[in-house]
Design a protein around this ligand. Structure first.
Ligand SMILES: [Ca+2]
Length: 531
């Protein structure tokens, strides 16, 4: 227990009415708390909140009451809501014409919507590892979905646990077939890899258990129970929720089986373009070409094979099937809307909303037919950008839109900053707390971002991309294919590859130099592959 030091419990002789009227001896001043550094405003705020009742209690049981109030000011709860394969534009708040997501939108309305949130690599496990460690994939080592978790890595939940938070991982973990309870958690309830939407099997604190129900509902029930327990224990909590939704193959959430039945789903215009400016890899992945292939199958056996391939994630054989799959994906996401509503209601009822940081994000973006693609991994905007929102009423003004470039690697250092804890030197992300609390001043923020798509070797990535506020350079390295350059200002859909025009050679060279310099800063071993 930290001592407050100079409190004088002589309440009976004291007359005051709170705030500036608070007796000097009772005021909490900087330096009184070993591990808590409060700003002048925070101290003022805290002193305003001290009540006459606090003083009587302190007189009766000692000064720790005030200390715990001080500590609480910098020991917020942290709730991370991470969806799977969710495109940025799938929320009411981010412009979906048909999704109604008032609860998820509340986070952005009552907090911050990040309009340029990127992932360092657009794939499940690597992105999750970035969120956990604050390090780029080439540094934390998780460069594909087939790697077991390295238990020596320092993670945000682990650091919070060591600092006294109760921590939980609930839902998708997804690091290879790793079925271990990972270090740094008081409560563990995860599945292996993707798990199942219906009646999932989960490892609950080391015991494999067959659950009954729908995954999103189960994850939410577990999170609510964990938060209630933490509240009873009087402990700040860190709850990390990995929703299976809305990863395929899709089983709609209960109550949403018929949502969007009357809405016509059509692929975007770029679905139908065979873009010669794209590398062969991208053109080969075309859903449009896959559909043409399947539609041309004449024998029953060939049709069966095409259907099996479609179930395994290959393109549906026609646009009706394509639309049906789209609807089902959105129906999965509606389960997350229900979950967020329950969670926000709970925080309101328990009066925890003010002191709880909530971050909502996706592990990677997703193509809904753009460039005839389904899925992620490529460096185009739909895949690179994720939905990301923050709500923390105690420190962060609501209704903000932040256009600055933020990324999954920034989460861990940002939350540690809010918690008054020092981020380990190995963390490469930038703490965005100043950006959302209006304290950034004139300090420059990142205005460029390095994106990677690794295969099996961090030194020889498939793709290395460089995103500035105007341009995107994509180097297709392995196998070597044409460079891509898009002007996002005049061509936000990335339809015209300007690198094919030799008149842009100088611009390409300049962006390559800047990419190399940015890679050097993050100690990226692929630097040699650029030459
Ligand atoms: Ca994913």
């Amino acid at each position: 227990m930290e001592g407050v030091g100079n409190l004088i419990p002589c309440v009976s002789e004291t007359r005051w009415h709170g705030g500036s009227d608070l007796p000097e001896a009772w005021r909490i001043t900087a330096g009184q708390h070993d591990n808590v550094t409060l700003s002048k405003t925070e101290l003022e705020d805290l002193n305003m909140k001290l009540t006459r009742r606090d003083m009587f209690r302190a007189a009766a049981v000692g000064p720790f009451v005030l200390t715990s109030r001080a500590a609480a000011a910098r020991r917020p709860n942290f709730l991370f809501l991470l969806t799977d394969d969710q495109s940025y534009r799938t929320l009411g708040l981010t412009g979906s014409p048909f999704m109604r997501t008032p609860s998820i939108d509340r986070l952005g309305r009552e907090g911050v919507l990040f309009t340029n949130a990127f992932v360092a690599m657009s794939l499940c496990a690597p992105s999750r590892a970035c969120f956990l460690t604050g390090m780029y994939p080439h540094k934390n080592g998780i460069i594909n979905n087939q790697l077991r978790w390295n238990q020596d890595l320092s993670t945000l939940p682990r650091i919070l646990k060591e600092a006294g938070w109760r921590t939980a991982h609930i839902g998708k973990w997804h690091m290879d077939g790793d079925d271990r309870v990972q270090p740094g958690y008081d409560y563990w309830a995860a599945q292996i890899n993707q798990g199942q939407y219906v009646n999932p099997r989960k490892n609950i604190n080391g015991t494999w258990t067959n659950m009954t129900g729908y995954d999103t509902t189960i994850v939410t029930d577990q999170a609510l129970a964990f938060m209630k327990d933490s509240r009873r224990a009087g402990s700040p909590f860190c709850a990390w929720l990995g929703f299976k939704a809305c990863h395929g193959p899709f089983t709609p959430a209960p109550g949403h089986e018929n949502d969007f039945a009357d809405i016509e789903f059509k692929p975007p215009a770029s679905f139908f373009i065979d873009d010669e400016g794209k590398p062969d890899r991208v053109r080969r992945k075309s859903q449009r070409l896959g559909m043409e292939g399947a539609a041309n199958q004449e024998t029953r056996a060939a049709k069966r094979a095409a259907k099996k391939a479609a179930q395994a994630g290959a393109p549906p054989e026609n646009l009706e099937r394509w639309a049906a799959r789209e609807r089902d994906q959105y129906r999965c996401l509606m389960g997350v809307e229900d979950s967020v509503r329950r969670i926000l209601d709970f925080l309101d009822e328990e009066k925890l909303a003010e002191g709880t940081i909530i971050v909502y994000s996706g592990d990677n973006g997703f193509f809904h037919g753009e460039h005839a693609l389904h899925g992620k991994m490529e460096a185009y905007e739909e895949s690179l950008r994720v939905p990301m929102m923050l709500r923390y009423p105690r420190e962060v003004r609501g209704g903000q839109r932040v256009d600055a470039f933020v990324a999954n690697v920034d989460l861990a250092p940002s939350i540690l900053d809010f918690c008054g804890l020092k981020a380990p030197a190995a963390m490469q992300g930038k703490a965005w707390r100043p950006l959302v609390t209006g304290k950034a001043g004139t300090k420059p923020w990142r205005d460029e971002f390095v994106y990677s798509m690794h295969n099996t070797d961090a030194a020889r990535p498939t793709v290395k991309a460089f995103r500035t506020d105007r341009y995107k350079l994509i180097l297709n390295l392995n196998p070597r294919d044409k460079d891509e350059l898009y002007d996002l200002k005049s061509d936000p859909e990335e339809l015209k590859n300007l690198a094919l025009d030799m008149g842009n050679a100088e611009l390409v060279a300049d962006l390559k130099r800047k990419l190399a310099s940015a890679m050097k800063q993050i100690e990226d071993p692929a630097l040699a592959a650029l030459e």
